[in-house]
Design a protein around this ligand. Structure first.
Ligand code: PNS
Length: 160
C-alpha cells in the first residue's frame, strides 16, 4: 500500500488545501494529512479546532486520514510508513521555502521524495494568513474555505 503525507499547519484549512488533498488522494492508496501540533507560537485555532475544521471538509474522501504530528516531518513519515510528501505550490514566492524544506528533509531521510502539486489558479491567492486576517477584521471568508468547514469556523469564532 502506498501512503503519501500532506503536512501543514492548516490554521485554518482553505479551499486551496482541500484541492491539494483531493488531488493528492488520487496519487496514493492512502493520504495522511499531518497537522502540525505547534503550528506557530500562537495559532488562531487550536489543534482540536483545526482537526474539526478539516474533518468536516474531507468526509467524502475515504482514503484520507488526519493525524496530528509534532517534531520532525521525516520521523512522522517513518511512523506512517510513507516515503512521499505532497505540497502545493501557489507561486514562485513559495518555491524558495519549499525547495529548502524538501532538500532539508531529503538530507535527513534520503529515501523520501517531495511531490509538488501546482495550485489551481483560482486558489493561488488564498492562504491561511489571508483567511485569518479577513476573519480578524470581520470580513467574508465564505469563498475562501470549504463550505463544510465554514460552519465549523463560524461556530468557533461566533460568526463574527
Ligand atoms: O502549512 P505550513 O505551515 O507551511 O507547513 C509547514 C510544515 C508543517 C510542513 C513544516 O513546518 C514542517 O514540516 N515542520 C516539521 C518540522 C520539520 O521537520 N522541520 C525540518 C524541515 S524544514
Amino acid at each position: 500500500m502506498t501512503t503519501c503525507v500532506y503536512p501543514g499547519s492548516f490554521d485554518p484549512l482553505t479551499k486551496g488545501h482541500l484541492d491539494i488533498i483531493e488531488r493528492g488522494a488520487k496519487l496514493a492508496d492512502q493520504l495522511v494529512v499531518g497537522i502540525l501540533v505547534n503550528a506557530n507560537k500562537q495559532p488562531m485555532f487550536t489543534l482540536e479546532e483545526r482537526m474539526r475544521i478539516m474533518r468536516a471538509a474531507i468526509s467524502h474522501l475515504s482514503n484520507v486520514k488526519i493525524v496530528p504530528f509534532d517534531g520532525l516531518l521525516v520521523d512522522f513519515l517513518k511512523e506512517q510508513g510513507a516515503k512521499t510528501v505532497v505540497r502545493g505550490l501557489r507561486a514562485v514566492s513559495d518555491f524558495e521555502y519549499e525547495l529548502q524544506m524538501a532538500q532539508a528533509n531529503r538530507d535527513l531521510y534520503p529515501e523520501m521524495e517531495t511531490i509538488f502539486l501546482v495550485t489551481n489558479v483560482q486558489y493561488s491567492f488564498i492562504s491561511s494568513s489571508v483567511v485569518k486576517d479577513i476573519l480578524r477584521h470581520g470580513g467574508d471568508i465564505s469563498h475562501l474555505v470549504p463550505r463544510a468547514s465554514l460552519e465549523v469556523i463560524e461556530s468557533i469564532t461566533g460568526g463574527k
